[in-house]
Structures are given as structure tokens and as C-alpha cells.
Design a protein around this ligand. Structure first.
Ligand SMILES: [Zn+2]
Length: 172
């Protein structure tokens, strides 16, 4: 089932999400809904707070090549255990800030530990777009958006545009 995505500004996008201690069927269903919502948008990542659920759960799939098999990842309680000194910059966007993009610099490689949908502990090192995306999504669990990494002036400008778009959508 597709879920509505919250649009910035929204107080729920600013909250720190709570760790998940037990992966219930309900949470598994939620992760399926999040993947469906993400693919439909379309996007490459989605965090639970973006659909108003303040729990530490993200989904992502950064496979973008046509013909390449999709690789949906579901991460409960994801944690960055190490990050490279080397950085990389990407033009980032966010399903909660439609049509707005900005260059963000982050560590080029990160090692992430998480619990998968079967409750198994997993660890993997990500680079390139995957590294950017997983850091962007984990930021959401801390109530942080990609615009928190750019200049205050640029942030205000993007926020105003997002606010306007949100009003227009509400009006239908
Ligand atoms: Zn986002």
C-alpha cells in the first residue's frame, strides 16, 4: 500500500526517530509499503519519518542502470560505524522536498550496520551513490534534511519554494 509522503516544512521531519526493538509483522508490512511508495515516487531512498512514522527504518535501492536487477534494501536501526576521510559531492534531492536540488558533500565511503527484515545483523561498506543515499536516509532518522548541509541562505530559499509547492498541492 502506497503511503502519502510528508512535504517539508513539517515538524515530524525534524524529530529524532526511536529505535526498533522487535521486528513485528506490522513493521515488515510497513517496510513493504515504504518500498512501494519509494519505487512509485520514483525515488532511491525513503525513511519512515517521511511518512510520519518516527521509527528507525529506512529503505533504499540505488540501482539506476536499465536492465540491472533491482536491489531493495530494508534497514532497521541503521548505524554508520565508520566513514572515509575522502569526500564526494552529489546533487541531492529528497522526496519530501520535491523539485529542489543542491550539491552536498559527504564521506565518499561509509560502513553501515543494521538489522534486516528477518532480524539478522548486517554490515556492508557503501560507496558512490549508495554511500550518499544511505547517509541521506540515516540523516532523516536524526531529523536532518539534506538542506541542513548547505548555506542558510540557500536553505531558506529552498524552504520557501517547498512551502509554496506544499500550499499549492493542498489547494489541489
Ligand atoms: Zn530525503
Amino acid at each position: 500500500m502506497k503511503r502519502p509522503i510528508l512535504i517539508h516544512p513539517d515538524p515530524r521531519l525534524k524529530k529524532v526517530a526511536t529505535p526498533v526493538d522487535d521486528i513485528s509483522d506490522e513493521l515488515r508490512k510497513l517496510s513493504d509499503d515504504m518500498l512501494e511508495t519509494m519505487y512509485d515516487a520514483p525515488g532511491i531512498g525513503l525513511a519512515a519519518p517521511q511518512i510520519g512514522i518516527l521509527q528507525r527504518l529506512i529503505v533504499l535501492d540505488c540501482v539506476k542502470e536499465d536492465g540491472e536487477a533491482p536491489r531493495p534494501l530494508v534497514m532497521f536501526n541503521p548505524e554508520i560505524v565508520s566513514a572515509s576521510d575522502e569526500t564526494s559531492s552529489y546533487e541531492e534531492g529528497c522526496l519530501s522536498i520535491p523539485e529542489q536540488y543542491a550539491e552536498v558533500t559527504r564521506p565518499a565511503e561509509v560502513t553501515v550496520r543494521w538489522m534486516d527484515r528477518d532480524g539478522n545483523a548486517r554490515e556492508e561498506t557503501f560507496d558512490k551513490l549508495w554511500a550518499t543515499c544511505v547517509q541521506h536516509e540515516i540523516d532523516h532518522l536524526e531529523g536532518k534534511l539534506f538542506i541542513d548541509h548547505i548555506s542558510p541562505m540557500r536553505r531558506q530559499m529552498i524552504t520557501r519554494k517547498s512551502q509554496k509547492l506544499k500550499r499549492e498541492r493542498a489547494r489541489g
